[in-house]
Design a binder for this molecule. Structure first.
Ligand SMILES: [Fe+2]
Ligand SMILES: [Fe+2]
Length: 199
């Protein structure tokens, strides 16, 4: 199975600035992703992306929505079309004339799989957040208090234990962190802070 997208250009530059409302994105998600656990993953990545855009990138409302939409929809086709992830959601967003930056961001959320390099900060951050968000959630779920009192150091310890959430690629995490000017510790803390109340 190959997830390589085989192209580097996504959407139409003429659609720059064209987004959908967050309600429309949730409707798409509810229709495409019956699995609640998977929907939660996307809502968590969306919340973290939005918080980062506003808190670290000084994004205006429109730009923050772009980050949020990319997070919310990045795995939208995973449940129904695992073999064709993420080609199907990309084509859907192209059909809907969505801003090419949102589509490129989704296309680059796993450069090793899709063959699309993260270009701008939004691309690099979704790559950094995606796997780690799921990993942090897994680390929270095994604790009686879940996110309550969850510390970065305990997440780091789990990362060093290959058997824990073994499907999460430590290599991808390290690669993603190497592309940004923030430490693994800072990113984990940010994820804990901004996804703990998402449900
Ligand atoms: Fe994915
Ligand atoms: Fe994901």
């Amino acid at each position: 199975m190959s997830h390589q997208l085989g192209r580097n250009s996504f959407g139409d530059p003429a659609n720059a600035g064209q987004l959908m409302t967050i309600e429309e994105a949730h409707a798409l998600l509810n229709e495409w992703v019956p699995n609640e656990r998977l929907r939660l993953h996307m809502k968590q990545v969306a919340a973290v992306m939005k918080a980062w855009a506003i808190g670290k990138e000084n994004a205006d409302a429109q730009t923050a929505l772009k980050w949020e939409l990319a997070g919310l929809l990045h795995d939208a086709d995973w449940e129904k079309y695992p073999e064709e992830h993420c080609r199907i959601i990309i084509e859907e967003l192209e059909k809907r004339n969505i801003d090419p930056e949102v589509i490129h961001c989704i296309a680059s959320h796993g450069p090793g799989y899709f063959g699309v390099e993260p270009n701008n900060t939004m691309d690099k951050m979704i790559y950094a957040f995606d796997e780690l968000s799921g990993f942090v959630h897994a680390a929270a779920l095994i604790r009686p208090g879940r996110y309550e009192g969850l510390e970065v150091k305990s997440v780091l310890k789990r990362l060093k234990s290959p058997a824990f959430a073994a499907q999460v690629s430590r290599e991808d995490i390290n690669d993603a962190i190497s592309r940004i000017n923030y430490s693994l510790e800072e990113i984990i803390q940010f994820i804990i802070d901004h996804q703990k109340n998402v449900n």
